[in-house]
Write a protein that binds this ligand. Structure first.
Ligand SMILES: C[S@@+](CC[C@H](N)C(=O)[O-])C[C@H]1O[C@@H](n2cnc3c(N)ncnc32)[C@H](O)[C@@H]1O
Length: 760
């Protein structure tokens, strides 16, 4: 697993050069003054997130801090949400960044205790102060002293009986020895999870060797002295000035324990800047240019093979919006490739002339739209309506992004009213969009159709949430909550920050008070309503379909991939795919003859095959990127044409089939630029400091090669290669440059939709 690209604007001040102090020089106390004299101190008080923000602010604007940072912190937070530890121990607390981040995550996941072990009493005092400020003193306990002595003391005092999750981030030579001590004391047992920082860079061979040894190897090497020469001197001497020679526990550990280990790559808070990605793009220009030129030559010399059908006198004008994204481009291409109509395109562009779609051979004319949010919805709607009038558009295929979903509905409605039957749109009206797009309205609607939904409630206050939890579970007993029924709470509006808290299972197992205190940290109000939804354990799937006059004309389902950026269709005849299709047909049928548009659902599936239960969790009444699975598919192109040419099926009997499905000659689609950086480059970066077991580090590149040979890039086609070149060498470099110049924060990007996700 790898993390997304690093956001340069979040970078901490650079770490001081070798030989210069980068901690324990007074900056830790300076940090306390900075936080407590912060102008926003009142909103910082009691809020773990705001305390972390203040620490980050110090790290960015004042001095480097050796904190785990946001990117790596997120990996451990995800692990906490997954493992749901009751007791977590961290070795090395420093100023409390990881302690506050993970202590808060533990509380949300229903855990009971977070021990932060820190040998430096001054640092420990800083942790205690900031933990108190964050309101986490009830769950976090800071223990001062060397980790091995503290572990042993906590154990003998009966305070620590088992470690569910341990975060190792202290003195590198002590990682393996402390783990062995915990094994010997029975604190680490099968099921315990260890998360160790810095094992890739600067590297920790003694630790990696230990956790990767087999039982036999451990038995054989028992009693051998530690080999620390593989650790750099800088690491070995890190604490020498204050603590002299460090001594370690000599425990033999429990050789019968074996670990499953996994390397996870992520960024230090100093990170790599946007500029590196821009340089990478420049470095690859010769490769992409060669691919593009060769593709153009093949197309030129292939005679009529790649010629696009020429629009004749009867041709229609088809407008496709969203061609800056792969989904819009795919649709424009499939229409241009198989039908003799005039394809025009319109889309928002963050910078003029950088949309990959405007350079497609499929597109005869391109209009630039202002983003709905940038100038207000009215301007966006008016410009789009002007394009439809001016170009006498016969069919509009809307492929816009989530930000314009409701506005697109408004455009469709107004254009239909104004132009009448001479205009068709693959776009639902605004009322339909609102009904399907709003999470709570969608749930109500699905329930009204008699289809199963996870138990869901719209809540406008914390009290309301508590009351529902009380009546649906045994929260009122104020004792251990039944493991059975749990809920997740999600904001109804688009709130990326609150979304990251969605996986907190409610009620918290600690009981009523803990649950209330958690709810009080959220701003649930009539203006910011939440949906309380029954938690269903299962796999997530997404679908894309085209619905024409209430009939499903094209359908595909695939495992949700989100930021993995890969799409692989479920076999259309599988029980699961058919169940999802039936569900889609039911909704389409209910929409009636005026129901035309793209319809996508997210489902949670519990159980398998015919016994699978389907729970719809979200509806997106717009095109889904999974439409790439239909790329180069004439059958899918036909389905769009039936919207604008009702006689099509009479003219071409048997075309299209009742429901178009993707061809299965392509295993799946991916985005080569994303794959190269995330699966290949980051893994190569690990190699220099990698001590062994190459098979593990090569897993990412293996997937990359698999994709390269067996999958298909979603943006490149031989007869239309320019958008591919523009995407990687114009569009994205310009976006990163923009982020660099404006200091805009981002933590992940979606290569296909152009979305840059915020840092928090
Ligand atoms: C990299 S910092 C920890 C950063 C912290 N986990 C965070 O992400 O915010 C390492 C810390 O480990 C502490 N430390 C080093 N060796 C230790 C030991 N043997 N026992 C306890 N603490 C130790 C150091 O004093 C230092 O504060």
């Amino acid at each position: 697993m790898t993390k997304a690209k690093f956001n340069a604007s979040k970078a901490y001040a650079p770490k001081e050069e070798e030989g210069t102090a980068f901690f324990d020089d007074g900056r830790e106390i300076e940090l306390l003054h900075f936080v407590y004299s912060h102008p926003d101190i009142e909103s910082i008080r009691g809020s773990p997130a705001n305390v972390l923000n203040a620490i980050d602010e110090y790290g960015r604007t004042k001095k480097y801090l050796m904190n785990v940072g946001e990117d790596k912190g997120k990996i451990v937070c995800d692990l906490i949400a997954d493992v749901k530890p009751q007791v977590m121990v961290e070795l090395g607390g420093y100023i409390g960044y990881s302690c506050i981040l993970f202590g808060d995550a533990i509380r949300r996941a229903g855990g009971q205790r977070y021990y932060s072990l820190e040998m430096n009493p001054e640092f420990a005092a800083v942790i205690m102060s900031l933990v108190d400020l964050a309101g986490l003193s009830d769950i976090v306990k800071v223990v001062v002293g060397k980790s091995d002595a503290s572990i042993a003391r906590l154990y003998h005092e009966g305070l620590l009986q088992h470690i569910d999750l341990m975060f190792l981030d202290h003195y590198k030579p002590a990682y393996a020895t402390d783990v062995k001590l915990c094994e010997e004391l029975g604190l680490i047992t099968p099921g315990s999870v260890l998360a160790a920082d810095n094992v890739i860079y600067p590297g920790n061979p003694p630790y990696l060797e230990y956790v990767r040894k087999s039982v036999e190897e451990k038995r054989k090497s028992a009693g051998e002295t530690r080999r620390l020469e593989s650790l750099p001197d800088r690491t070995l001497n890190q604490y020498k000035e204050r603590y002299g020679e460090m001594r370690f526990s000599q425990s033999a550990g429990n050789p019968d324990l074996v670990y499953e280990s996994k390397l996870v790559h992520s960024f230090e808070p100093t990170g790599e800047p946007n500029i590196l990605i821009i340089l990478l793009s420049i470095a690859f220009i010769p490769v992409s240019a060669t691919i593009t030129i060769v593709s153009l030559l093949i197309t030129y010399f292939s005679g009529t093979y790649y010629e696009l059908p020429r629009p004749g006198p009867e041709c229609k004008t088809i407008l496709v919006t969203g061609v800056s994204m792969t989904k819009g481009l795919t649709i424009a291409r499939m229409l241009a490739r198989f039908h003799p109509h005039r394809i025009i395109a319109a889309d928002t562009e963050p910078v003029p002339f950088i949309s990959p779609g405007r350079y497609s051979r499929a597109v005869t004319k391109f209009y630039r739209l202002e983003a709905p949010g940038a100038v207000g919805a009215t301007r966006y709607i008016d410009t789009l309506l002007d394009v439809i009038r001016q170009e006498k558009v016969d069919l509009w295929i809307s492929c816009s992004s989530v930000e314009g979903a409701v506005e697109d509905g408004e455009v469709a409605k107004r254009a239909r009213e104004e132009i009448g039957s001479a205009f068709e749109a693959v776009q639902f009206d605004s009322e339909v969009v609102e009904k399907l797009h709003e999470k709570d309205a969608f749930m109500e609607y699905i329930q009204s159709l008699g289809l199963p939904i996870p138990e869901s409630h719209r809540c406008t206050s914390a009290k309301e949430v508590e009351d529902i939890l009380g009546s649906s579970t045994n929260l009122n007993d104020n004792e251990k909550i039944e493991a059975g029924k749990r809920f997740i709470l999600k904001p109804i509006g688009v709130d990326d920050k609150a979304r990251s808290q969605m996986m907190t299972l409610l009620p918290l197992p600690e009981g009523r008070e803990a649950t209330s205190s958690y709810l009080s940290t959220l701003t649930i109000s009539p203006e910011n309503p939440y949906i309380l939804q029954q938690y269903i354990k299962g796999s997530e799937y997404c679908t894309h379909s085209l619905v024409v006059h209430g009939e499903v004309k094209a359908f595909v389902a695939c495992p949700s991939s989100d930021m993995l950026m890969q799409y692989e269709a479920l076999p259309a005849d599988s029980a699961l795919s058919m169940k999802m299709l039936d569900f889609t047909k039911r909704v389409a049928d209910d929409g009636g003859p005026d129901f035309t548009g793209h319809l996508s659902f997210d489902f949670l599936i519990s159980g398998e095959g015919n016994a699978a239960h389907l729970y719809p969790i979200e509806c997106n009444p717009r095109a889904h990127t999974a439409v790439v699975l239909f790329a180069e598919n004439p059958v899918m192109a036909d389905t769009y044409i039936t919207v604008v040419d009702p006689d099509f099926e009479k003219k071409w009997p048997g075309r299209p089939p009742s429901v178009a499905i993707p061809y299965n000659y392509v295993q799946g689609y991916y985005w080569i630029g994303h794959d190269f950086v995330v699966r290949y480059l980051l893994f190569l970066m690990m190699l220099p400091s990698f001590p062994g077991h190459y098979s593990e580090v090569l897993k990412g590149p293996d997937v990359f090669w698999d994709h390269l040979w067996q999958w298909k890039d979603a943006t490149w086609v031989v007869w239309d290669p320019v958008p591919f070149f523009v995407l990687y060498h114009v569009y994205w470099p310009m976006r990163f440059l923009g982020a660099l110049l404006s200091g805009r924060e981002w933590s992940r990007v979606n290569v296909s939709t152009g979305k840059m996700f915020g840092a928090k």
